[in-house]
Design a protein around this ligand. Structure first.
Ligand code: NI
Length: 137
């Protein structure tokens, strides 16, 4: 941790009370740690909103195991983007459903496009993309 700076903030009592209740429920040791995390979270959100930013991504997709051609398309798209894919884990959830979790790195815009291409395939039921950046943390 770098040099610590203390600063005063004026906040409505009711807002602080609600925040403190949330902290109690979340397991934060103190307000400072919770505020630091909120600030980092907002900074990461801002960072990854730039399509040119270097990011890490976690993309998960749930899809229909029986949908013909889907697995071939999923693999083709991933092979074309092999330089952006760190790893992919496949889980056979049940007789009908597969879950794939793909770790990615690259420019935010490229990662979002790749996720959109995979999400748009027929038979994909649910997807989730989480982007993070380690810059400035
Ligand atoms: Ni499977």
């Amino acid at each position: 941790m770098g040099t610590l700076v203390r600063f005063g903030v004026s906040i409505e009592k009711s807002l602080v009370e609600r925040f403190d209740r949330l902290l109690d429920a979340s397991g934060y040791a103190n307000r400072s740690e919770a505020l630091r995390d909120l600030m980092r979270s907002r900074l990461v959100q801002e960072e990854v909103s730039d399509p040119r930013a270097s990011v890490l991504g976690v993309f998960s997709l749930v899809y229909d195991h029986h949908r013909r051609e889907l697995e071939r398309h999923l693999k083709e798209i991933q092979h074309r983007a092999h330089h952006r894919i760190i790893s992919a884990t496949h889980v056979h959830v049940d007789h009908d459903t597969c879950l794939e979790v793909i770790l990615l790195r690259g420019k935010a815009g490229e990662i979002r496009s790749l996720a959109d291409a995979l999400a748009g395939l027929k038979g994909v039921k649910h997807t989730s993309l989480s982007l993070t950046s380690v810059r400035g943390l």
